[in-house]
Write a protein that binds this ligand. Structure first.
Ligand code: FPP
Length: 242
């Protein structure tokens, strides 16, 4: 049962605090398509609703003092979806980026970063991505990573290729850690929508992640679901194999 209810009074919400916070939270924003289908809407409407939730949850991560939050927005496998759906996701990111600085970044002095491949993304979108990263690079709030055209395996291959370019013939774990997209080990992975799999997300960083699942579809996800995940994380006994 949810620990925090949407009916919780405002005061409880303002005062929410945690004795231990994950340094890095990863969120798989899943269930947009099913949310739209249930309402007889096109899948793009589910992604639009999901993007609104992304904004709220990203800001909440900053407000709570989480240092890194990575949101899975588009995987290297998502190109297999219909052209209409892919176009809708690209459009959404573009619209979002035009407002992002005042909204997600401005609210809590958050930093925006994009992790993933640049191939296949339009020049206009790449320019907006570069601008958003550049304009927020000195911000000291939460580092909000948008995993876009991202795949965990691809990220590891990218790191190994970087090491080959550097002339290495033998590598260490630290070498890989130093050459992935500079996101630290992930403490907590949140996946709504009832699915219980990693789907090629943060494979390297997830070695000792705690997992939190819920049946709620991403467009219905609220900060109270985030609090539930964080409260459960607070009570997990992490041993890191020791
Ligand atoms: C998975 O749900 C979701 C995606 C592939 C896209 C996630 C993207 C967003 C929430 C928009 C983010 C936008 C910005 C601006 C960062 P699904 O479509 O696979 O849902 P289903 O499993 O119910 O079909």
């Amino acid at each position: 049962m949810a620990l925090f209810s949407k009916k919780d009074d405002k005061k409880a919400n303002e005062n929410v605090s945690f004795s231990v916070l994950p340094d890095h939270v990863g969120i798989i924003m899943d269930g947009n398509g099913r949310w739209a289908k249930k309402r007889g809407l096109p899948r793009s409407a589910g992604h639009k609703a999901g993007a609104e939730v992304f904004r709220e949850i990203a800001k909440e991560c900053g407000r709570l003092g989480i240092k890194h939050a990575t949101f899975y927005a588009f995987s290297t496998e998502n190109w297999r979806r219909s052209k209409d759906e892919v176009d809708a996701l690209m459009r959404l990111l573009k619209e979002y980026l035009l407002e992002a600085k005042e909204d997600v970044a401005g609210a809590e002095n958050n930093r925006l970063r994009f992790i993933g491949l640049r191939d296949g993304i339009s020049d206009e979108l790449l320019r907006l991505i570069d601008e958003a990263e550049e304009d927020t690079k000195n911000n000291t709030g939460c580092e909000i990573n948008v995993a876009f055209n991202y795949g965990g395996r691809q990220e590891i291959v990218h790191a190994v290729n970087e090491l080959i370019k550097q002339g290495k013939t033998q590598i260490t774990e630290q070498d890989i850690s130093d050459n992935i997209y500079t996101v630290p080990d992930c403490d907590l992975i949140i996946r709504p929508s009832g699915e219980q799999r990693l789907s090629n997300f943060l494979l390297w960083q997830a070695a000792y992640s705690e997992f939190w699942y819920s049946d709620v579809l991403w467009p219905d996800f609220t900060k109270y679901d985030l609090y539930d995940a964080l409260r459960e994380f607070e009570n997990r006994n992490r041993r890191f194999g020791g």
